[in-house]
Write a protein that binds this ligand. Structure first.
Ligand SMILES: [Fe+2]
Length: 245
């Protein structure tokens, strides 16, 4: 004789635990996400490395071009490299280095237009005549025309074109004044003059740093942007320690 069918006792372990299933799925997602993140991170690092290499290649190419000009102009020595270092340090001090990264190409190339100036004018031992000055003053435009159409040198081209403009509007080639002159060119003017004063030249010894800074301060507002000079003054001591000047 068979009795009534027995209903099995309730066993909660027989029911799949939805929390555990969700947890397992989340672990799979997290693992995939982690692997994906790692792949992207490695790809970003490779890209960053490639961009850094490319930038170094650009810098070396520009430096070589600038050295060709420097070799033609007998008075400059290591001038262009110091202008690059001082100029980028000054932009960094102003918090503007990231917005003006290509300025360093302009600092190196500022006088590239001198390739178009006859050596009889460029290296004339005595003072230039008015006509010779007119020729000499074409070098910012010649330089601008040389580099303006090269995409990675567009910012640099502004430094090349404006590196003889003066803050009060009395410079050349366009007589721009104040903030009409691109910031990188206003920065360049200061470091260019500073280096010219603090480096030995065949005809005179270098000025001490503090005397050079005093000269810059005298011309703040006329030749130079006073704000740029103001920021450069304390920086100059770090660029050339007194004992080295
Ligand atoms: Fe120049």
């Amino acid at each position: 004789m068979t009795g009534p069918e027995r209903v099995p006792a309730w066993d909660p372990s027989l029911i799949p635990d939805p929390t555990a299933a969700l947890e397992a799925q989340l672990l799979v997602f997290a693992k995939e996400l982690g692997e994906g993140y790692q792949r992207e991170r490695e790809r970003a690092q490779h890209l960053e490395q490639a961009l850094g290499d490319l930038r170094q290649a650009y810098l070396q190419t520009v430096r070589s071009l600038a050295l060709v000009v420097e070799a033609k102009d007998a008075t400059t020595g290591q001038h262009i490299e110091r202008c690059r270092l001082y100029g980028m340090a000054l932009l960094a001090e102003m918090g503007m280095a990231d917005d003006n990264r290509e300025a360093e190409f302009g600092f190196l190339l500022h006088d590239c237009g001198k390739v178009g100036i006859p050596e009889s004018v460029l290296n004339k031992p005595g003072p230039l005549t008015a006509a010779e000055w007119r020729v000499m003053r074409t070098h910012p435009i010649i330089g601008y025309q040389l580099v303006a159409d090269i995409p990675f040198l567009r910012t640099a081209a502004q430094v090349v074109r404006c590196h003889h403009e003066m803050f009060d509007g009395t410079g050349y080639p366009a007589g721009l004044r104040g903030e009409e002159i691109p910031l990188a060119a206003r920065v360049f003017s200061v470091v260019d003059a500073f280096d010219a004063m603090t480096a030995d030249r065949p005809y005179r010894a270098a000025l001490p740093v503090e005397a050079a800074v005093e000269e810059l301060q005298k011309m703040a507002g006329t030749q130079f942007d006073p704000e740029v000079v103001h920021i450069f003054a304390p920086l100059s001591e770090r660029l050339i320690p007194r004992s080295a000047a």
